[in-house]
Write a protein that binds this ligand. Structure first.
Ligand code: ADP
Ligand code: MG
Length: 408
């Protein structure tokens, strides 16, 4: 069984209803931002390379009303046992960083936005806007902790809502790029999760019917038309619902290995290394890590090239997904038995190709499947999990969807 995302009308209605129940009265509006899945280009963004996310139809909805006293109060339907969490004025990054748990994401965004959008500050990135305090109600159908970036969906929906009530034009491309920086800083510096800008860029800059080519070397973001229906295909996400204890340690270890490979190669980022120099690396482990980065960048380029064909061939795109999975499993060593099982079962059931997505050590697999095959392939993967004694995975369809926006 696959779980469709909520309709925008239903998502907005739920956030609005939660707001009225908890805070009383009516919100000023409802804003939303999507989760994302990365088509290809894994472990490349922290190595100065390429990735290619799409925004998902799964979105986080935020109903918000400004408060005159400068405080921020938040409630989330996904954490029903927590009453509203409050950060009284002054809402500063330092005070936000002292908060534990999910409210820190929201307080982080609110505090950093204040520093960037300030009526009194002529140096502000968007002068003339002052970010007020707010009552904020959240509801979401982005699965949390599945590697589909519920954290960026939350940050970006809150950032758009606050910017909009501050009087900024959230359709403005300059403001959107400021919001990418602010939301990423909230996650990195306030919550303390070291991540690149892929998640926030996808949530704020992606376009419906498109993938977004991100180049960490120069910070560019380029929309790439991606019409799965025209090629007789669709995307299926299989969340293995496993997060291994290794996640954080494993990620830090891989980053340290990449840094060691950079030093050995004398390059600033692995994406800037020469193939021949990587082949000549003495340490086989560092050689494999660097090889993954270079071959993965090449696969992103090949994927984008295929998408430029009059009718892209899903078989060729699928082969690139398979090769990405093999490289993440063998050269970068971040796959798991569950991820391998999901990718293998997807291929055996008729997928064009499949690969693990996200940092690895658990999380989800993305499969490119025939347009009418998603439900059947999801069932076959579930059968394979049961046969292997694993808990049932959760399956979601993925369509390239709209970025953060106002809902009502
Ligand atoms: P991912 O971004 O892959 O889903 P993360 O660990 O980066 O996983 O982010 C998940 C965290 O983000 C949650 O544990 C929670 O703190 C916060 N979060 C995401 N969505 C919501 C939500 N709807 N309500 C409250 N907190 C949320
Ligand atoms: Mg996240």
């Amino acid at each position: 069984m696959t779980t469709e995302p909520r309709s925008a009308a239903e998502g907005a209605r739920r956030a609005d209803a939660l707001f009225r129940r908890v805070f009383g009265g009516t919100p000023r509006g409802v804003w939303s931002a999507p989760g994302r899945v990365n088509l290809i280009g894994e472990h490349t963004d922290h190595n100065g390379g390429l990735c290619l996310p799409i925004a998902l139809g799964h979105r986080t909805y935020v109903a918000l009303r400004a408060r005159a006293d400068g405080a921020v109060r938040v409630v989330s339907a996904q954490h029903p046992h927590d009453g509203p969490a409050t950060l009284s004025s002054p809402v500063t990054p330092g005070r936000a960083a002292a908060v534990t748990g999910w409210p820190a994401y929201i307080f982080g965004v609110a505090s950093l936005l204040r520093a960037h959008l300030g009526a009194a500050d002529p140096a502000a990135a968007v002068p003339g806007a002052a970010v007020p305090g707010a009552d904020i109600a959240i509801d979401s159908c982005v699965p949390q902790g599945a590697g589909l970036s519920s954290s960026a969906a939350l940050e970006c929906a809150v950032a758009c809502a606050l910017a909009a009530v501050a009087g900024a034009d959230i359709g403005d491309p300059h403001l959107r790029s400021v919001l990418v920086d602010v939301t990423r800083a909230a996650e990195n510096d306030v919550v303390g999760v070291p991540s690149g800008a892929m998640d926030q860029s996808a949530a704020l800059l992606a376009a419906a019917g498109h993938a977004l080519l991100l180049d960490a070397a120069d910070g560019t973001a380029t929309p790439v038309p991606f019409d799965t229906a025209a090629m007789g295909a669709s995307l299926l996400i299989v969340d293995t619902r496993t997060a291994h204890a290794l996640v954080e340690g494993g990620y830090a270890t891989r980053r340290a290995e990449c840094a060691a490979a950079e030093r050995a190669l004398g390059v600033r980022t692995l994406s800037g290394a020469d193939d021949a120099d990587v082949v000549g690396l003495a340490d086989p482990l560092l050689r494999a890590r660097a090889r993954h980065v270079l071959t993965e960048n090449a696969r992103v380029r090949a994927f984008v090239e295929e998408l430029a064909a009059p009718v892209p061939a899903p078989q060729r795109l699928g082969a690139l997904l398979d090769a990405s999975h093999a490289s993440l499993r063998d050269d970068f060593a971040v796959s798991t038995d569950e991820l391998d099982c999901a990718a293998d079962a997807a291929r055996e059931a008729g997928a064009f190709g499949a690969r693990m997505v996200g940092a690895g050590f658990g999380g989800a697999v993305l499969a490119l499947v025939p347009a009418d095959g998603a439900a059947r392939i999801a069932e076959r993967i579930t059968d394979a999990f049961r046969a292997a004694g694993l808990p049932d995975p959760a399956c979601y369809p993925a369509h390239p969807s709209a970025p953060a926006r106002s809902e009502r």
